[in-house]
Write a new protein. Structure first.
Length: 419
């Protein structure tokens, strides 16, 4: 009966409440209604400078933690038929939170799902898949996988990452489905059934069912400000209409005398001639001009804007500057893994367990989970192990097992050290 319920839940399509209205997007960015909301193509075009740095950092770090496949075995269930390996007790305790009814959890090391995630299609490998998926999430708030099914086995044989700025979930006004189809605008418009699409997304308060708000969209005004400032500086330098010096004689000069004085000045001071003396036969005034390298107030504003962009992506500032030290980098890495990478990995794994894993295992025993990215406090762990051994909480073999080491004959009894 449990297996039948799981199968029924798998093939039952998700439906939307009849009162759910279509999502409405904000038409303007600011309160003055002077700038409209960016289009997906404009979001992609603004991916540069600090925004690209933050996006690439999050995508690369998330791709460095690919999910692993595990199998849970409950009371009365048969042992798994795929190749597995035992886990350390500490890892089992962490994973048991996802399968409370399981008596044992093992890691699967050979399965068709793992083979699919290693070589997702003829072009992309595993790292490409995870990195591209997270890149689209950071930029557009949504990422889309197109599943190509095997005709004989009826399981996914290829995964293609669709460009998120070309995909739109479509829902008819009177439909009871969340999404009737996904429209892809490539060389021609194609419609894909919801069963072939896995939609990853960040939460969106305006539309919690089919849309997502990306970090880039949240700080788009700051990104546009830095882009406009860089464009202004480039236009000033490209124009180069400001001379280095103005020579003003006391009286009127003819055209020939003016050209002779200008040529003499150019000959003496161009190309390494700085510092030479210029002696003239008449009284002249020389005014030196210099271009400003930037307004201090504008530079301070750009620095604050950079911080706003980094905060939107949950990227610590020590990652974006060289003015730091090892202690600050370690603290920043811990903060980044805790607040940015950990939730992103959990959101990705939950979506895969919801839509991809049941296509291979409708029984619900298999699940994907990524390693905890939070850096461990090694010093605290060693002190905790020593304290457990001192108080007799754990035996030597239990400590060795948690490290993946084999048991020893003399490690079964607790070692209690007293004064």
């Amino acid at each position: 009966m449990n297996l039948f319920r799981r199968l029924l839940r798998l093939f039952r399509r998700k439906s939307a409440p009849a009162f759910l209205p279509p999502a409405s997007a904000h038409a303007y960015l600011d309160a003055y209604r002077a700038h409209r909301s960016p289009t997906p193509a404009e979001l992609l075009a603004s991916l540069k400078n600090t925004a690209w740095t933050c996006t690439s950092i999050n995508a690369a770090v998330c791709a460095s933690y690919p999910p692993k496949l595990f199998v849970a075995t409950g009371k009365g269930q048969a042992p798994p038929r795929c190749r597995t390996r035992a886990l350390a007790p500490a890892t089992v305790r962490k994973l048991s939170l996802r399968s409370p009814a399981a008596n044992n959890i093992e890691e699967v090391i050979e399965h068709p799902l793992l083979a699919l995630l290693r070589q997702v299609n003829p072009i992309h490998n595993s790292f490409d898949l995870w990195e591209l998926t997270q890149l689209y999430l950071e930029v557009h708030g949504s990422a889309y996988w197109l599943l190509d099914f095997d005709a004989m086995l009826n399981v996914p044989s290829n995964i293609y990452v669709l460009p998120a700025h070309l995909v739109t979930p479509k829902r008819e006004p009177s439909s009871s489905k969340l999404v009737d189809h996904y429209e892809f605008r490539g060389q021609d418009v194609k419609r894909f059934a919801p069963e072939r699409i896995i939609h990853f997304r960040f939460p969106d308060p305006r539309d919690p069912y089919t849309s997502g708000v990306s970090p880039l969209r949240a700080c788009f005004e700051q990104v546009a400000l830095t882009s406009e400032y860089a464009a202004l500086k480039r236009s000033l330098y490209d124009n180069a209409g400001l001379p280095s010096a103005i020579i003003g004689p006391e009286g009127m000069l003819g055209t020939g005398e003016r050209d002779r004085l200008e040529a003499q000045f150019q000959e003496k001071f161009r190309r390494g001639g700085q510092g030479k003396a210029l002696v003239t036969d008449s009284k002249i005034h020389v005014t030196l001009l210099s271009q400003s390298l930037g307004d201090l107030a504008a530079l301070a504003d750009i620095k604050a804007t950079k911080e706003d962009i980094a905060n939107a992506f949950h990227v610590p500032l020590p990652f974006l500057t060289g003015d730091t030290n090892l202690a600050n980098m370690q603290a920043a890495d811990h903060l980044h893994k805790t607040l940015a990478i950990g939730p992103r990995l959990r959101r990705r794994d939950e979506k895969l367990n919801e839509q991809l894993v049941p296509l291979f295992d409708p029984s619900g025993r298999l699940f994907l989970a990524s390693d905890d990215p939070t850096p461990e406090n090694r010093e605290f762990g060693l002190k905790q192990e020593a304290l457990d051994l001192r108080l007799g909480v754990r035996t030597i073999n239990e400590v060795r097992s948690s490290r993946g080491l084999p048991s020893v004959p003399w490690g079964e009894k607790p070692v209690i050290i007293s004064n």
